[in-house]
Design a protein around this ligand. Sequence first.
Ligand SMILES: Cc1cc2nc3c(=O)[nH]c(=O)nc-3n(C[C@H](O)[C@H](O)[C@H](O)COP(=O)(O)OP(=O)(O)OC[C@H]3O[C@@H](n4cnc5c(N)ncnc54)[C@H](O)[C@@H]3O)c2cc1C
Length: 321
Amino acid sequence: MSVLIFIDVAEGHVKKASLEVLTYGAKVAGQSGTTAEGVVLGSVTEDLSALGKYGVKKIHQVNNEILNHFDAQVYTRVIAQVAGSTGAKIIIFSNNVDGKAIAPRLSARLKAGLVSGAVALPDTTNGFVVKKNVFSGKAFANVSLNTNIKIISLSPNAYKTEATQGIAEIIPFNATVEASRVKVVAVNKASGEVPLTEAEIVVSAGRGMKGPENWGIVEDLAHSLHAALACSRPVADAHWRPHNEHVGQTGIAIAPNLYIAIGISGAIQHLAGVNRSKVIVVINKDPEAPFFKAADYGIIGDAFEILPKFTEAVKKMKGVA
Ligand SMILES: Cc1cc2nc3c(=O)[nH]c(=O)nc-3n(C[C@H](O)[C@H](O)[C@H](O)COP(=O)(O)OP(=O)(O)OC[C@H]3O[C@@H](n4cnc5c(N)ncnc54)[C@H](O)[C@@H]3O)c2cc1C
């Protein structure tokens, strides 16, 4: 029996979330006295063996042209084969978009209990209990898994990546890969320097910016920090910004290391999508804005005065002014 970790890849590159699940999975394997193994689908341009430094001993790679395009149904069937062949009893995903699509399907297929959105290592003192976020991150639930096979999907940014030393053995896996039943008719890629869900830093703005013509100073700050851009829902609804930047309960949920919220009031529906950020900085001219309660750092003032100074200071600090 081993712990099997799904290594999520986009355009041949290992996603940041995968490094977290590798670290987490290696710790889970350590707890259970077994080894951590990875599974990667499709071709990868990086040196996979280097992922051994996150604690994974073997990586099973299913290299098939069909798998270069994500399809949750096809991926589920292939991962089930790898899990069966390796005898994995614990399977771990990131609770990102791909993990959310595969883990429940795999759970049904393998009749395995699933905890989605885990935030800590399982407590194995009395059974197998996994802590997870509930109610948009306002509470925790401890879920006991008692199925033979257990699946955990880890909340992005809930577990710190740790790299030591080690080389993983790459093992080609010969799986039966069926053609997708889904026909992709178009792919609309979000523009922007950094994908929102992968970004370490997110600069986000709301209705306080008054109109789309004022986003230049928000973009300047984002560029200076090499950050992704986000916005509140009314901003996207009013077509000031594209909908793929909308974060919150009905938008994308993110968990960057740094979230800078500019002219956003901090409504509960907005916070639901950003409150797992490591550090939150709020810029708002209203000292009573609810967002300040969730902030690690707050700047009370007019964004139109603060942002150009902020950007200038960042550039100066980076030596690019
Ligand atoms: C079912 C449901 C789901 C929802 N889902 C989402 C969601 O996913 N994401 C989301 O964002 N919202 C969502 N909402 C909407 C949410 O309730 C709020 O209405 C929204 O987040 C408010 O957006 P805002 O903060 O940009 O605007 P406002 O509430 O208008 O706040 C603007 C803020 O800007 C500040 N400000 C104004 N001028 C300046 C200035 N010059 N400098 C600095 N600060 C300034 C003001 O003090 C104020 O705090 C949802 C609502 C519902 C009912």
